[in-house]
Design a protein around this ligand. Structure first.
Ligand code: AR6
Length: 178
């Protein structure tokens, strides 16, 4: 918003929602994808199931045109959202958790890059899952701390950032992080 004397101030609302990310009425939903971009389980499976085959078609085209070797960990790319209420899906690849190597920067990069892509699209509202905190094994409290800290600190025009948590434990971890 524009404040006389101060210029433009970017304000972001961060909200926590308990629910299913595929049902969110936002401009863009973030997918916890893998580098193949060709689908999988968890959030990825739900998004492709509910969104329909258009999403996979665009993912295949992206692989052929830009990401022959797959989308690198920590990066993000957008496709249509098919039949989802959202307009776009932003696919990002979280790091697999490692107890012996600190991969926090890569996890933070998923959120920063997703917001950068959202800005490019002109998306004002974005729903995030707890990237890496499912099949990729990241401890939920740590994943939540990185997610909230990174989104809060980001320079972005996104006004509504929503974390959509599937179960009570994830919701409680994000509440602690906020
Ligand atoms: N809405 C919101 N959150 C969900 C949903 C949903 N519909 N479904 C699961 N979650 P995950 P990752 C939660 O495994 O750890 C796939 O096979 C889930 O409970 O989806 O980054 C990809 O293709 C957990 O808290 O993502 C990759 O191979 C969080 O979302 C791999 O899994 C993330 O869990 C990525 O694993």
């Amino acid at each position: 918003r524009f404040v006389p004397g101060l210029g433009t101030i970017l304000c972001m609302n961060i909200t926590l929602v308990r629910g299913d990310i595929t049902e969110q009425d936002v401009d863009a939903v973030v997918n916890a994808a893998n580098s193949s971009l060709l689908g999988g389980g968890g959030v990825d499976g739900a998004i492709h199931r509910r969104g329909g085959p258009e999403i996979l078609d665009e993912c295949r085209k992206l692989r052929a045109s830009h990401y022959g070797g797959g989308l690198p960990t920590g990066q993000a790319v957008a496709t249509t959202a098919g039949r989802l209420p959202a307009r776009w899906v932003i696919h990002t690849v979280g790091p697999v958790y490692s107890a012996s190597e600190d991969r926090s920067d890569l996890l933070a990069s998923c959120y920063r890059e997703s917001l950068r892509v959202a800005d490019e699209l002109g998306a004002a509202s974005v729903a995030f899952p707890a990237v890496s905190a499912g099949i990729y094994g990241w401890p939920m409290d740590d994943a939540a701390r990185i997610a909230v800290g990174t989104v809060r600190a980001a320079q972005t025009k996104v006004a509504d950032a929503r974390f959509v948590l599937f179960d009570e434990d994830a919701y409680a971890a994000f509440e602690r992080a906020v």
